[in-house]
Design a protein around this ligand. Structure first.
Ligand code: GTP
Ligand code: MG
Length: 230
């Protein structure tokens, strides 16, 4: 635990310091974007806490931890702007809130497929959050082989000026699926690669996705045999 003593971002200080270089209107826009990011961060924190509480209770109850790891990320301003432009959306907080659901993202990595579904189901059952959208790329893998369960949750965030319903994208996947998605993601962004080689790697990855999926199932069977209660 590190206690941060200085450099804390504070809107009134920013307003004060930059009033001669940034117009009042521009400042208002910046403020509303900063506040928006803050709300998404709070939404991710809420879901993150729920997940870690579920994991703790699983350990207590079943002596078993379904979650291997949790990663949280905020969409960077560059990537947010890129998506706004691709979707040809107006640049304001409302249009972001109504159209872009992955400003706050959490990835839940489990050892086994069942655990991905169990954790997702336990979150879905919680009375203060709702499911906005769901895509099951485990049951219906993408053509390239991508597998993961994507659920967009809406979570209430209580701020100083009221309550906001904030969307948070949660991706549930196994270690195997995560391993695959990381490499595939690297490949997508490699633009200096011979197109023929890239195509071959994509074809290879499609096969590996299938192999990893078989392995996920078979390893789960062994685990079930060792620990029938899980
Ligand atoms: P976008 O976020 O604009 O792609 O909207 P969408 O509604 O099509 O989202 P989708 O649920 O299909 O994917 C959201 C996220 O899942 C992406 O931002 C990636 O993190 C991940 N994802 C989806 N497809 C792939 C894929 O083929 N490969 C990898 N590595 N990740 C993927
Ligand atoms: Mg996305």
């Amino acid at each position: 635990m590190i206690n941060q003593r200085n450099n804390f971002i504070n809107l009134s200080r920013i307003r004060q310091e930059f009033k001669h270089v940034i117009s009042e209107d521009e400042m208002k826009n910046i403020e509303s974007l900063v506040r928006m990011y803050q709300r998404y961060q709070a939404g991710a924190n809420e879901i993150g806490t729920k997940l870690s509480n579920l994991d703790d209770d699983f350990r207590l109850t079943y002596d078993y931890a379904p979650i291997h790891s949790i990663e949280a990320r905020m969409k960077s301003p560059e990537s947010l702007m890129g998506k706004i432009n691709r979707k040809k959306l107006p640049i304001n907080v409302e249009s972001i809130q109504n159209n872009i659901f992955d400003v706050a993202g959490i990835r839940v990595v489990t050892s086994y497929i069942d655990d991905a579904y169990s954790v997702a189901d336990l979150l879905k059952q919680q009375s203060d959050i709702t499911v906005i959208k769901e895509k099951d790329y485990i049951k219906n893998p993408k053509n390239n082989g991508y597998r993961s369960l994507h659920v967009i949750f809406s979570v209430p965030v209580f701020q100083t000026d009221g309550v906001y319903d904030i969307p948070v994208e949660v991706q549930f996947r196994t270690i195997g699926m995560d391993f695959w998605a990381s490499l595939e993601h690297e490949l997508v962004y490699k633009n200096n690669l011979d197109p023929k080689v890239k195509k071959q790697y994509q074809a290879d990855l499609e096969v590996y996705a299938e192999e990893l999926s078989n392995m996920d199932t078979k390893m789960r069977e062994i685990f079930k045999d060792l620990y029938p209660q899980n």
